[in-house]
Each structure stands twice: as C-alpha cells, then as structure tokens.
Design a protein around this ligand. Structure first.
Ligand code: ADP
Length: 654
C-alpha cells in the first residue's frame, strides 16, 4: 500500500507538472514560431522593397544624365560635331554620379565620344573616334579631375563602331529612351546596363544616341550589404532567368567557348538554395512576376523562407529573389524551447521528490493506523484507546473498522460455542447409544445373577452345616453382582445428559462410584487409585456429568503413566473446600503434560488413537456446572488437573 500510494502520488505530481509545462512550452513555441516566421517574411518583403528602391535610385541618374545630354544636343546648345564641347559636357556628367561608369555619344556617321572612369594615367579617359575627309582616327586622352590633359594616345587598330552596339540599336529602333538588357561592357569587360536616349532632330531624323553606362557590380555590392539575416541571400534575375546581381559578383559572368562573356543562369550559379528555390521558375519561360510571391522550402534538411518580387518603375523586367534559413529567425526560440524542456524536466524531478516526501508524510499516519488496526484485531490494543493524532478521514475509517472487528469477534465466539456444543452432543450421543445398548444387554443377565445369588444365599442360609466359606463366596458374589448393576446404572446416567439434573449430592459418594468404573482398567495397568483427604461435602451439580469428568481425568492419567512406563503408578484424588467451592485435584505420578502440548482443544492429542476431545469436553462440563477446570503447571513431578464445583450453601450443609 505504501509503495503504490507513494508511487502514484510521485508519478501523478511529476507527470502532471511535466505535462503542464510541456503544453505551455509547446503552445508558446508554436505561437511565437508563427509570429517569428510572419515577422521574418515581413523583413524579407521589406528587404525586397529596399533593394527595388535602391536599384531605382541607382539607375535613375543614368537616365537623367542621358536625357540631359540629349536635350543639349537637340536644342543646339552643344554642337554634336564640336567634340571638344561634347567632351567637356560628358566629362562633367561622368564625374557627377559615382555609379556612372561611362557616358558617350555616337552618331549616324559612326563618330563616337566616350568618357569613362579610368585606372590609367588619369582618372578620366576620353576616346574619340572621328571620321574626317573619309578617314577614321581613334584618339585616347586622359585628364585629371580639373580637366587638365595628363596623357594622350592614338589607336590606329581600333575598329569600334557605335552603330553596331546594342544600346545604339535599341534606342535607334525604339526612338525613345530605353534600358538595354544587361550586357558585358566592351572596354571594362564588366557586366553592366546602359540607359540609351536617341537624339532626334526636329524633322524626325535620327542624329545619334547618348548612352550612360552603369556597372552592375555596384548593385551586387549593395545586395551583399543588404543584411536580412545571418544566412540570407538576395539576388536579381532578368527575365531570362539569368543572375545579373548576386553578392558573389564575380560568379555572375562566365566565358563562352568563343571567348564571349555571358551571365550565368539561376540554375548554374553556385548557390544551391537559389537553384532549388528559383530554378524551376526560369525553366518555364520568361520570368514574369507581377506581385510578391512568398513560399517555404525544404533543402538539405533545412527549412528556408523565400521571396520573389518584381522591380517596379523602370520598365526593367527584373525580379529580386531572396532566400533565408528559417532557423535564422526561429533558432532563438528553438533554443529557448529546448532550455524550457530541460527546466520542465528538472522541475518535474524536484516535484517527484517533493511528491515522494509528501507521500511519506501522508502515509505515516496511514501506516500507524494500519498497525493499530491490526493490533486491535489481534486483541493487543483496546479499540477504545484514543487514536493518535491523525486525519479526520482516518478517524472515521478507524471507527468503522473497529466496529467491524468487534462484530466479527462476537460472531466468531458464537464459531466456536456452537461447534463445541455440536462436538459435545455428537460424542455424548454416540457414547449414549453405546452405553444404552450395553446397559440394556447387561442389565438382564446381571439382574438374573443378582436374583439367583440372592436366592442361593437365602437357600444356603436355611441349610444346616453350611460351609461358612461358601457363604462368604456367595456374599461377595452378591456384592459384585450389585456393583455390576450399579455400574450399568451409573453408565446409563452418565451418558444421558438430558437425564441429569442439578442436584445436591455427596461428592465422595460420586467419587466412589467413579472409582468403581475405572478400577478394572487401573488394575490391569498396575495403577493404584488413592483417595486422599476427601471428606463429605455436598455439592450442587449434575452427578453423571461430574462422574464423566472424573473418569476422563483418571483414564488420561492411567494412559499417560502406562505409555511412559512409569515405575510407581498412582492416582491421587483429593478434595477441599475453597470459599464457596469444592476444589478437586486429580494427580498422577506420570511424566506430566509435555510443555508444547496444547490442552483443552479439540483434536490436540499426543496419542495415535486419541481424538483430543476428553479434556475439552470435561472443561465444558465443569464450566456448565458453574466451576473451572485447569491444569496446574506449577505441579512438579506430577501432572495435576484441578476443577471446582459449587458447594451447597453452608446453611444447608450445617
Ligand atoms: P486424548 O485423550 O484423546 O488425547 P484429551 O483431551 O483427553 O484427548 O487429552 C489431550 C492430551 O493431553 C493427551 O493426548 C495427552 O497428551 C495430554 N494429557 C492429558 N492428560 C494427561 C496426563 N494426566 N498426563 C500427561 N498428559 C496428559
């Protein structure tokens, strides 16, 4: 009981605690994870907008510069054929914005004035291709930031023709400002984009095209600085699914076999997450995103958030793509969850120990109660003894239990009385039947013997010269015949309980009768029956029953001495008044009752053919006659059974 209750308490407390904390941890985790992911997608969307805005601000000046130059050329403020003036205008423009890599003007005649930032002898290099008098010259000039000449050179081998370049052709055919597709610049070999604006005269003829170059590395640089999370990457794709800007800017161009240079496709770039997230989009035709597309991706056992958004406002069919590991946003709360589970486990352990201690405290009175109950049931503690300080519930349970126990003991006592009665009656009944049969069989021949002996005596008395020895024999025969009759009568009286009434009688007379019955058994076993110190005392009892007890005790004594082969065999019967009782002792010189021999209990016998009924029946009889029967354990070298009988009141006795 102790273990199971303690265990249940411990497990219940710890289990409930653990469950409760887990529920809190997991619900908190799920809600905060959802909130974090939502927040993360918001961050990504914001980053997408940033990138779009940045790109727009980055590209706008290029178009503005191209339009400004075109305006000056069409209005005649600058003469397109005045290469010096043109160079001065473009010089100012190329230095005006840091992202501008080069500014140029090419015309229908193939003339070309091109200013670009340079790593050469001066920070700005001018390339001028002129066609004069049917000849062509290509001249290079390097200037410092104050437009002072630093160095100059000519290149007779130059074959560059502006009219064949993509920027010129797209602006010329569109007849309006355009953005070229990203391409690799002729001079710097870097990927870039050109804002090209056609110079159209008032009569509608095309005079030339102004172009402003922007190198895309700068956008890549910006993207690499755009921090959304530790592991996030943002890139820009064109409508062909080619990567035109990526934090790893050196990876976005590759050389074809024919030495030409091209952008890598989204499937080719060394960015496995981008390949997995956006690769399929590029395979299904031109990439055309009209609005923001958010999604999630499982890659290499990790979860990623992805976002695609169009770059609006520039007629550029570009798309910004962002991917970021989910853990960048939720790792913190995952760590927190793990920490919380540990805390839950520790708290549960502490709770379990507390539960165990609590169970101990709760069970202590319960155990005390159980011990007390068992002591009460064994009769070692009275049920009335106040219950030790304990719980109210236990007190009530105790009262109920005590009630049950006392009822059970009462009914057990009633187990026992009934059973004793039954044994008694069965034995008495059996002996009664035997004795009745015997008495019936013997009474007739004994009566015949008595009558014949009486007749023989009276006949002999009338004879003369009767031999006195014969008369003596006849007289003894008469005595014995009468004694036999008495025995038969006593036997019949002895065994028929219902026949016996409580009567006053001389104890010694009854003892003499009983001695007669056992005398024969005593003789053949060489036992001497000695009556000692028995004076006349009147007792009030059932005669035959008391005789039965005396015979039982003497019979037991004869058997004990015979079995133990005792040398001197003697049974001493004495009787003395004690207060209002006569106390009778039946002592023998036998071995005494073995210390481990239970007495006065049915079936407890040391004899192979014994039944263990004699003493218990005797005790029942004596008690039914108002006395007690016991074995005197104090007696040394003898076994002494004692019983008492109520004396007839002294008034009567006197
Ligand atoms: P039973 O005679 O059938 O054994 P009893 O109830 O008369 O049944 O006796 C019970 C036991 O008590 C006997 O078996 C014997 O061991 C013991 N006992 C009784 N009287 C004596 C005696 N006088 N001396 C020694 N042992 C005795």
């Amino acid at each position: 009981m102790r273990q199971s209750l303690a265990f249940i308490l411990m497990i219940s407390l710890a289990g409930l605690q653990f469950l409760a904390i887990l529920i809190v941890v997991f619900t908190t985790f799920v809600t905060s994870e959802r909130a974090m992911l939502k927040h993360a997608l918001g961050l990504m969307s914001q980053a997408g907008n940033n990138a779009t805005e940045h790109t727009r601000l980055f590209l706008k000046p290029a178009q503005d510069l191209a339009k400004q130059a075109t305006g000056m050329l069409t209005s005649g403020i600058i003469d397109a054929n005045d290469h010096d003036a043109l160079e001065q205008l473009l010089f100012q423009q190329v230095l005006s914005e840091p992202q501008v890599a080069g500014v140029y003007y090419g015309d229908e005649a193939g003339n070309f004035v091109y200013l670009m930032r340079s790593d050469g002898p001066g920070p700005v290099r001018t390339k001028i291709i002129s066609h004069e008098d049917g000849g062509r010259s290509t001249e290079f000039v390097w200037r410092n930031t104050a437009f002072e000449l630093v160095s100059e050179a000519i290149d007779p081998s130059d074959r560059f023709d502006p009219r064949k370049r993509p920027w010129y052709q797209s602006a010329a055919s569109a007849k309006q400002p355009v953005w070229t597709d990203p391409y690799v610049f002729f001079s710097s070999r870097r990927p870039g984009i050109t804002a090209a604006v056609p110079v159209i005269l008032s009569d509608g003829t095309l005079q030339g095209v102004v172009g402003v170059d922007i190198e895309l590395d700068a956008i890549s640089q910006f993207l690499s600085e755009l921090t959304i999370s530790a592991g996030s990457t943002a890139l820009i794709l064109n409508e062909n699914g080619e990567v035109i800007a990526h934090p790893a800017s050196d990876q976005i161009v590759v050389q074809n076999e024919d030495k030409t240079i091209r952008f890598v496709g989204i499937n080719e770039i060394n960015d496995p997450v981008a390949n997995a997230a956006f690769g399929k989009l590029a395979q299904s035709g031109p990439l055309a995103i009209t609005g923001e597309v958010r999604s999630e991706l499982e890659h290499d056992k990790e979860s990623y958030l992805t976002l695609l958004a169009p770059i609006k406002g520039h007629d550029l069919p570009w798309t910004i793509a962002i991917h970021a590991p989910e853990n960048d946003f939720v790792q913190g709360i995952k760590d927190n969850r793990r920490r919380n589970i540990w805390i839950a486990a520790i708290i549960s352990l502490v709770t379990a120990i507390a539960g165990l201690m609590l169970a101990e405290v709760i069970l202590r009175p319960v155990r005390a109660f159980a011990v007390r109950t068992s002591l009460v049931s064994q009769g070692e503690v009275s049920a009335d003894t106040p219950l030790p300080k304990t719980y109210q519930e236990l007190k009530r349970a105790n009262e109920t239990l005590i009630h049950e126990i006392s009822q059970r003991r009462e009914s057990e006592k009633r187990q026992r009385d009934l059973s004793r009665q039954l044994f008694h009656f069965s034995r008495v009944d059996m002996m009664g039947q035997l004795a009745t049969g015997l008495a019936h069989e013997l009474s007739q021949p004994i009566t015949a013997i008595t009558q014949n002996v009486d007749a023989a005596i009276s006949t002999a008395a009338k004879m003369k010269d009767i031999n006195p020895e014969l008369m003596q024999i006849l007289s003894e025969l008469d005595d014995q015949a009468h004694r036999g009759g008495d025995i038969i009568a006593a036997l019949r009286g002895l065994v028929r309980k219902d026949e016996g009434q409580f009567v006053a009688f001389e104890f010694e007379d009854l003892l003499d009768q009983s001695l007669k019955i056992v005398q024969h058994e005593a003789d053949i076993n060489s036992v001497q029956l000695v009556k000692s110190n028995v004076t006349q005392h009147q007792v009030l009892a059932n005669r035959v029953q008391i005789a039965q007890v005396l015979i039982n005790l003497m019979h037991n004594a004869i058997e004990a001495m015979t079995m133990a082969k005792t040398q001197s065999r003697e049974i001493l019967i004495s009787a003395r008044p004690q207060n209002s009782f006569l106390e009778v002792w039946v002592e023998d010189s036998g071995p005494g009752v073995a210390p481990d021999q239970p007495l006065f209990r049915h079936f407890e016998t040391s004899k192979t053919d014994g039944m263990g009924f004699g003493l218990s029946i005797s005790k029942t009889i004596i008690e039914a006659n108002g006395g007690h029967l016991w074995y005197d354990h104090e007696s040394r070298n003898t076994s002494r059974f004692c019983f008492t009988l109520p004396l007839l009141s002294t008034g009567l006795e006197s």
